[in-house]
Design a protein around this ligand. Structure first.
Ligand SMILES: Cc1ncc(COP(=O)(O)O)c(C=O)c1O
Length: 388
């Protein structure tokens, strides 16, 4: 039986993920230099693993928690939001989610009706686009200004607003470009949202990883716009907890009450064992964040200097945050990013992600959340590949 006729138009129209395609192709090749995942390669710190094991052994993890996440964790999250994001929150304004992704999905589902437009700056994280499409909304993609470090174009943003626009969704620090929106830009986004009666959904997954003296600013900390902002965060990047699937969002109590209605059919609650791990992550020593940060700074600088040596192949904007960069291919024969990435994989054994996956054709994404040797291995191979 062919299942084709049973698949919804929404799902059928979603293209296969280029990220997963590259992963599958990479697995078929031995000894690949792997720059294609945005996943921390360090393991979760031991004290977090131990706290989760203890919670299991104490029999605390076999049931559901409150839908919003257990109270002790939500209280700890409010302390972190006050200390690091300057967001004053009450535990009733927190929803613990299955990673940032489920929080974003639930938030988008809660806000978007069929046909509503949602503005997303690109290049951007394609999952945001899919979330809007799955909610039957219409993603409206606005280009960023590449030669100014993929800065947000506020005129484009204002011009993209129509009577159907409901929301703006963005990640800062950005995946895939590493751009970090400044406080000034974020205040301008907030003004545009107020003037046009829009909501703002943020993805702050890389909040702790900014460089060159640039500080992460949370738009949710701006006075008086609480009802318009849904801010999402995660333990995935900060504490190298990808597989635990735990994150959280902050919004007003009224928003949380509505978002919970989407959260319950998605997951009932975030995994309870992961909530215990998250509690320890927030309460325990924080030195892993500094350790990860200095590693990413070192590997960013290394990747940039190795890219400088390939100046006939790539130009790039130095990422100010995240652990990703998005070089542009300058040779005319390299403009199809998928063909380029597959050729690089098959001939040079270097795995990257084609820019088309992020609405950034003519680019590839490279991750520097890897050991320095991996970057050297990849660039030694690329130098040989491009010189032949
Ligand atoms: C911008 C961004 N948001 C969210 C995620 C995933 O977050 P989580 O693991 O918390 O669902 C990623 C992962 O790569 C990401 O790059």
């Amino acid at each position: 039986m062919s299942i084709e006729n049973f698949i919804s138009k929404k799902v059928a129209s979603i293209p296969k993920s280029a990220i997963h395609e590259m992963t599958a192709l990479s697995k078929k090749i031995e000894d690949v230099a792997f720059l294609s995942w945005a996943k921390p390669t360090s393991g979760t710190p031991d004290h977090i693993n131990r706290a989760a094991s203890e919670a299991i052994l104490r029999g605390l993890t076999g049931g559901y928690s409150e839908t919003a996440g257990f109270e002790e964790l939500r209280v700890e999250i409010t302390r972190k939001l006050q200390r690091d994001n300057h967001i004053s929150a009450d535990p009733s304004e927190i929803l613990v989610t299955v990673g940032a992704i489920e929080g974003l999905s639930a938030a988008v589902m809660t806000a978007v009706d069929p046909g509503d437009e949602v503005i997303i700056p690109v290049p951007g994280y394609s999952t945001h686009i899919r979330q809007v499409e799955l909610a039957s909304g219409k993603p409206v993609l606005i280009p960023t200004i590449e030669d100014q470090g993929f800065k947000l174009d506020l005129d484009q943003l204002q011009d993209a607003v129509t009577t159907k626009t409901k929301a703006i969704v963005f990640s800062s620090p950005n995946n895939p470009t590493g751009a970090v929106y400044s406080e000034e830009e974020l205040r301008s986004i907030a003004d545009i949202a107020e003037r046009n009666n829009l909501i703002i959904i943020t993805d702050e997954a890389y909040e702790y990883f900014t460089f060159d003296g640039i500080k992460h600013f949370s738009i949710g900390s701006i006075e008086g716009i609480k009802d318009r902002v849904i801010s999402t965060f995660t333990f995935t990047k900060t504490y190298a907890m990808t597989g635990w699937r735990v994150g959280y969002l902050h919004a007003s109590r009224d928003w949380i009450a509505q978002i919970k209605k989407a959260h319950i059919p998605l997951c009932i609650c975030a995994p309870v064992v992961s909530q215990y791990a998250a509690l320890e992550a927030l309460r325990g020593p924080q030195d892993c964040i500094d350790r990860f940060h200095s590693h990413y700074l070192k590997t960013r600088n290394l990747m940039c200097s190795r890219l400088d040596q390939l100046e006939h192949v790539f130009t790039y904007q130095k990422p100010r945050g995240s652990y990703l960069m998005f070089p542009r291919m300058i040779r005319p024969q390299d403009q199809d990013s998928r063909t380029f990435a597959i050729d690089l994989l098959q001939k040079a054994r270097v795995s990257t992600t084609p820019g088309i996956a992020f609405k950034g054709e003519g680019h590839i994404r490279m991750s520097f959340c890897v050991p320095e040797e991996e970057i050297h291995k990849a660039f030694d191979r690329m130098e040989e590949y491009f010189s032949s």
